[in-house]
Design a protein around this ligand. Structure first.
Ligand SMILES: C[S@@+](CC[C@H](N)C(=O)[O-])C[C@H]1O[C@@H](n2cnc3c(N)ncnc32)[C@H](O)[C@@H]1O
Length: 274
């Protein structure tokens, strides 16, 4: 047995990670235990040792604990879904800003490649107007996770759907298509050990990382209503190439781009022309 203050010597976790672990696994407030100068009992030590051994093998804490935070939501995750990233929160913010400015009373959104359902849920929770959100993914096991998250937040305006890209949809039905597609180059994927625990299906996008992005640019216009918008996350080094792809589109025009927290152009907004 040892005291809470000695946790830092024993484990490779920061204070905020320990707070997260203690509240998730033991429903305990570590700050209180610390102030009370408490001992950590053996059953907790055994579980902490297990968490630390997985973590030192490179397994992200989110997969170990089975949960991740996104836009103030607590989401269930497992290895079937990508761990939601902060840059995707920026995209959600931009979609919400757009909806507020347009003050649409009703709108239809496609969240293409929904994963854990993070984007759909953040939009459903924040959008004031009446939204119909279709959350599609080719991965059945990812959709199972998304469905758990939708049920947890009692969302009744989100419709999960297993589909390959746009194969399930009719023309001109969406006001918004929002997507964080797979966009990692195959060579980078081999060199990035920190991605090895996440699903390949969520990451790999061919030699130049643009396989999905090209398909989305060539097809999204068909499924957007006139003046409908595509919000798409892209890789840190892809903006110029994606803009060139958009210049060749007959149905979409680039409206604006947004940057991530490191100053890289990461969010593309395009509009259906006619
Ligand atoms: C980068 S992840 C994004 C997940 C989630 N939206 C997020 O922002 O964290 C891409 C998602 O696209 C899905 N996907 C891959 N290929 C697809 C396809 N052909 N059709 C539909 N979804 C696909 C993957 O299963 C994965 O969940």
């Amino acid at each position: 047995m040892f005291k809470v203050k000695d946790l830092f010597k024993k484990y490779p976790f920061s204070w905020s990670q320990l707070q997260y672990i203690f509240s998730s696994l033991f429903s305990e407030d570590i700050f209180r235990l610390y102030l009370e100068n408490r001992y950590i009992d053996d059953s907790i030590v055994r579980r902490l040792n297990y968490v630390a051994s997985l973590y030192s093998e490179g397994v992200p804490l989110e997969y170990i604990l089975g949960k991740a935070s996104f836009y103030g939501l607590s989401l269930r995750v497992n290895r079937s879904v990508l761990i939601p990233r902060p840059e995707t929160e920026i995209m959600v913010e931009k979609v919400i800003d757009y909806l507020r400015n347009m003050s649409l009373s009703q709108f239809t959104v496609l969240d293409l490649g929904t994963g854990s359902g993070n984007i759909s849920l953040a939009l459903a929770e924040m959008a004031s107007a009446e939204a119909l959100i279709i959350s599609s993914d080719i991965s059945f096991s990812a959709l199972e996770v998304a469905k758990e998250n939708f049920a947890h937040y009692s969302c009744n305006n989100i419709y999960p759907l297993c589909a390959n890209m746009f194969s399930a949809f009719k023309e001109k039905v969406f006001d918004i298509i929002v997507t964080n597609p797979p966009y990692v180059e195959s060579t980078y994927l081999k060199k990035a050990p920190f991605l090895r625990h996440e699903p390949l299906l969520a990451l790999q996008a061919g030699e130049d990382g643009l396989d999905f992005i090209r398909k989305i640019i060539s097809q999204a216009g068909v499924f957007l209503k006139k003046k409908g918008r595509l919000f798409m996350e892209i890789g840190y080094n892809q903006a110029e190439r994606v803009k060139k792809e958009l210049e060749c589109s007959h149905k979409l025009r680039l409206v604006e781009t947004f940057f991530d927290y490191t100053g890289k152009e990461r969010i593309i907004v395009a509009e259906r022309i006619n």
